[in-house]
Write a protein that binds this ligand. Structure first.
Ligand SMILES: NC(=O)c1ccc[n+]([C@@H]2O[C@H](COP(=O)([O-])OP(=O)(O)OC[C@H]3O[C@@H](n4cnc5c(N)ncnc54)[C@H](O)[C@@H]3O)[C@@H](O)[C@H]2O)c1
Length: 385
């Protein structure tokens, strides 16, 4: 195989970006497109000279491709993902890999039936050299034992008009959550990629605090890690100008990465734990020096994940973002919400069945469900237009 034959399912915002990237990526060849809104599928098919499908099952049955990119609303990542794997296709699934943990497990179980198939997730921010550097410093032990991690990621500002465009967004039935499921999967993935998973989550999610929506638009969550490190994750779609500041403190110093500019590593020349035991002075602090790291760009992003996916299929190189790892960001998001619902901390691993049952209750009252009952396709064409 010198090119991977690829189809894109879901031709919306991100699906269109994938189509442009495929055109510029010599290791893949677009062979079909699929969208439940026929005009969208037809327009893309005409532009790229490939066949249009309006139903992913028909596309998968036709065997027109070796692999698919799933770029539909999140709930379909699970159902279409399982169908694609069951019919022998490699899968690159958008984030989040599923809406909730139990669905992640179903999707991952499907891949376990076909381990020869490549199963990747579009965690494009893992290709950013800034986050790679932070991860290297933490994982190599340079920062020392982690004591604290704080991520304030409140620059996801969205207007009421964004939410009022209707459809699946910001509804339990259509999206399964708000800022944690739509805007934050990248941050939650990077967080667990850098620090590992916490063992306890205490979430304070505000439902429709800044917007008239049925899901969360502001979150503060306390995290507790094995070994005693604590964390704080703060996000919002209603704060402007907002902040993006990741700060990690360890025995050997402090890392700060703010607004995508530079990483500042304030390195303790004597580990804090040693200095506090051995210094004879009451108010002394460990001597430190400051190092900064900067990079000219933020990595290959979506194109780099696409190329890595093609390489993994053709030559077996390791994936940058194996889709199985996508369960962690979903579990963190679910745990923050579940903790809010029960009004107390949640131990991880999360009880996926209990969360799914709670989500089903919310779906039963969701505005999206009522619209869907009336007419799925007409609703989709309104909302995705
Ligand atoms: N990795 C990233 O940077 C990134 C960026 C944006 C969106 N996303 C993810 O991509 C997904 C889509 O987001 P979007 O903003 O492109 O949404 P969108 O609404 O713009 O596009 C979704 C498309 O899927 C189609 N669709 C819906 N159900 C379908 C089905 N069952 N089969 C085929 N097509 C179907 C819709 O008609 C629509 O054209 C979401 O899961 C989102 O989280 C990822």
């Amino acid at each position: 195989m010198d090119k991977v034959r690829l189809a894109v399912i879901g031709i919306g915002n991100i699906g269109n970006l994938h189509l442009r990237n495929i055109e510029n990526q010599p290791k893949v060849q677009l062979t079909a497109v699929c969208d439940i809104v026929p005009e969208k599928a037809d327009a893309a098919a005409a532009r790229y000279g490939v066949k249009a499908y309006y139903d992913s099952d028909a596309l998968l049955a036709d065997k027109v491709c070796d692999a698919v990119i799933i770029a539909t609303p999140h709930y379909f990542h699970t159902t279409i993902g399982i169908a694609a794997l069951d019919s022998g296709h490699h899968v690159l699934v958008e984030k989040p890999i599923s809406v909730h943990k139990a669905d992640c497990e179903r999707l991952i179980a499907a891949h376990e039936r076909y381990p020869h198939l490549v199963f990747a997730a579009m965690f494009n921010q893992r290709t950013d050299p800034f986050y790679q550097k932070i991860r290297d410093i933490v994982k190599s032990g340079e920062l020392g034992t982690l004591q604290r991690v704080n991520w304030i990621i409140t620059n996801w500002f969205r207007t009421q008009s964004y939410y009022d465009s209707g459809g699946w967004r910001a509804t339990w039935g259509g999206e399964g959550g708000g800022v944690l499921l739509n805007q934050c999967p990248h941050n939650l993935d990077l967080l667990q990629w850098i620090t590992g998973m916490p063992v306890k989550v205490y979430g304070f999610c505000e439902i429709g605090k800044r917007h008239t929506i049925e899901v969360e638009d502001e979150v503060t969550a306390f995290l507790e890690y094995p070994g005693g490190c604590t964390g704080l994750f703060v996000t919002s779609t209603g704060e402007a100008p907002g902040t993006n500041r990741l700060e990690l403190a360890g025995d050997n110093g402090k890392l700060v990465y703010e607004e995508g500019k530079e990483i500042i590593f304030t390195r303790n020349l004597v580990p804090a734990s040693e200095f506090l035991r051995t210094s004879p002075e009451s108010f002394a602090r460990p001597p430190c020096e400051v190092e900064t790291y900067t990079f000219e760009h933020h990595g290959g992003q979506h194109m780099a994940i696409l190329e890595n996916f093609a390489d993994a299929i053709m030559t077996g190189v390791p994936l940058i973002a194996p889709a199985e790892e996508g369960i962690h960001s979903v579990e963190l998001a679910n745990a923050m919400l579940y903790s809010t619902f029960i009004g107390g901390p949640v131990q991880l691993p999360l009880d996926g069945a209990a969360y799914e049952a709670r989500l089903q209750e919310l779906i039963a009252t969701s505005t999206f469900k009522k619209e869907v009952r009336e007419n799925v396709v007409s609703d989709m064409s309104k909302s995705f237009g």
